[in-house]
Design a protein around this ligand. Structure first.
Ligand code: ADP
Ligand code: MG
Length: 497
């Protein structure tokens, strides 16, 4: 038997094939788009803190990944036998095929999204939280753009799988590419030539899509985005209780008997602390003494087991018999607390300027020019104005941390919280960040700084607090620190570190 080239070429213009190709592309695209959207919701549900929701998503994914598509297709197509009211929709092969494909593909696409969501660093969630971003905004502007970038190659792959799976829909007599071919070769017996044509049409659909996908991928690739420059030795608790502080002054933050356990480990043991306006408080102490936990409870990045926290004298966080509660206006007021993290947590898909503009814009400032001007002022304040258009991956650690400080300042916070802002930096970059923080003290900013930089702490602090085993063991102002006996724990600690 000879291969009939003329017949093959004639199939290139066969209208039924082109109609079937359009149908396959449309069915594939619809399945992919709907499945991707639903899959994202299932991926979120799988990570939900609500157990029934998590369970539902897990069961769905398990069930529909186990079920062969062919079985599902025939099942859906024949469902009207039991539920005649579904007949008008499900007896149309296209709709029955679409529904079966979407049900099945949603399960796979959910897992792809989950991989993307898991890949986004926890710090991104924390940075969004610290800027007072609500969950929907957080996913929309911060998490999703990053997760999708990771998931995109696998999502694209799944489209190809879907296009190929559409051939199964021929069993419920949808006139897709394979069925058109089958109808031809059962009449003319030119099986091989016809199947070559069938293959061509599938390859065509997949290639066109892959082309657009690779362009989208490179557009979303952030690594390619670049921007040019334009006293008594302590026993358990301090002999000096913190409640003597802030006499006649405005109290910004007050912790009242705050307790936090991690299992058996007591991270905060009924800590009380007042920080008054304009005060610079350094928190020092050995690793694991509860410094990070303390600072994170203030903006609710860490929940507490017992105690009360007030912000500006107003109820802020409370825990006790009734459980853990934050103020109802939490997302509005949390922006009064600026937070700077050890690992910066800049948003990698935004330029330095966009990182700084994000918070105010999210909170309703729509005037682009004003936003930009204000953001540039904050960048200038940290000495980063020339790097405004650069992406985080183009910057050094010290520069990133300065941007992170500018991002927090952009919300005009009343108090800045720093958790070891220089610990992740190379030694030669520590100085530039400390200088920026020191400049804030001159502006009268209220600050709580967890740090291991003892000389810095001594130079800038109005008060130094030392923690050990979840307790505040020393709380001294600058004069008291000077007068503290040379053999006191706090002096020793400050000298040895
Ligand atoms: P520091 O910042 O002073 O080094 P932390 O506040 O990070 O200390 O931790 C205080 C204690 O609580 C440590 O013993 C630490 O292991 C524990 N801890 C902190 N966070 C967690 C957590 N998420 N899960 C379990 N234990 C934790
Ligand atoms: Mg820490």
């Amino acid at each position: 038997m000879n291969f009939d080239w003329n017949y093959l070429f004639s199939l290139a213009l066969y209208p039924d094939f082109w109609r079937a190709t359009a149908l396959v592309a449309w069915l594939g695209l619809l399945t992919w788009v709907i499945g991707t959207a639903l899959g994202f919701l299932f991926a979120l549900a799988r990570q939900s803190s609500l157990r029934p929701l998590r369970w539902f998503a897990k069961t769905y994914i398990w069930l529909f990944r186990s079920l062969p598509l062919l079985v599902l297709l025939i099942f859906v197509y024949n469902l009207p036998q039991f539920m005649p009211s579904l007949g008008p929709v499900l007896s149309v092969p296209f709709w029955a095929g679409l529904i079966a494909l979407v049900i099945s593909e949603t399960a796979y696409l959910a897992e792809i999204h989950r991989a993307g969501l898991i890949s986004v660093d926890q710090g991104q969630h924390e940075a969004a939280h610290a800027l007072g971003v609500r969950p929907v905004g957080k996913y929309r502007y911060i998490i999703l753009p990053q997760a999708v970038r990771v998931a995109l190659p696998a999502l694209g792959n799944e489209f190809i799988t879907i296009v190929k799976l559409t051939s199964l829909v021929s069993v419920i007599s949808l006139a897709e590419i394979l069925l058109v071919g089958q109808r031809l070769y059962t009449r003319n017996f030119m099986v091989i030539e016809t199947l070559v044509a069938v293959s061509f049409y599938y390859v065509f659909v997949v290639s066109v899509f892959s082309f657009f996908l690779s362009r989208l991928e490179s557009r979303l690739d952030i690594t390619r985005m670049t921007g040019a420059e334009i006293r008594a030795p302590a026993s358990a608790l301090s002999s000096r209780t913190t409640n003597e502080r802030c006499i006649g002054q405005e109290v910004i933050v007050e912790l009242d008997n705050v307790r936090k356990n991690f299992g058996d480990k007591r991270a905060l043991a009924d800590v009380s602390l007042k920080v008054c306006k304009g005060e610079v408080v350094s928190i020092i102490g050995p690793s694991g003494s509860g410094k990070t936990t303390l600072i994170r409870t203030i903006n609710a990045l860490q929940d507490i087991d017992a105690g009360r926290i007030t912000l500006d004298g107003v109820d802020w966080i409370r825990a006790g018999d009734k459980g853990y509660r934050v103020a109802s206006d939490f997302h509005d007021r949390v922006t009064r607390l600026g937070m700077v993290f050890q690992s910066f947590n800049l948003f990698p898909h935004m330029t330095a300027l966009e990182n700084v503009m994000f918070g105010p814009r999210y909170h309703g400032n729509r005037d682009k020019e004003a936003l930009r001007t204000a953001a540039m002022t904050h960048l200038a304040r940290v000495g980063m104005a020339t790097h405004a258009n650069k992406y985080p991956h183009q910057l050094s650690g010290g520069q990133k941390q300065r941007i992170a400080i500018a991002r927090a300042l952009a919300m005009n916070p009343e108090i800045m919280l720093f958790d070891e802002p220089t610990s992740a930096l190379d030694p030669e970059l520590v100085g530039e960040v400390l200088q920026v923080i020191e400049s804030l003290t001159r502006d009268g900013m209220t600050m709580i700084i967890v740090t291991h930089e003892m000389r810095f702490a001594r130079r800038v602090s109005d008060r130094v607090i030392m923690m050990e085993n979840g307790h505040i063991v020393n709380d001294m102002n600058a004069d008291e620190l000077k007068d503290a006996p040379a053999d006191s724990r706090i002096r020793k600690f400050m000298l040895q570190s």
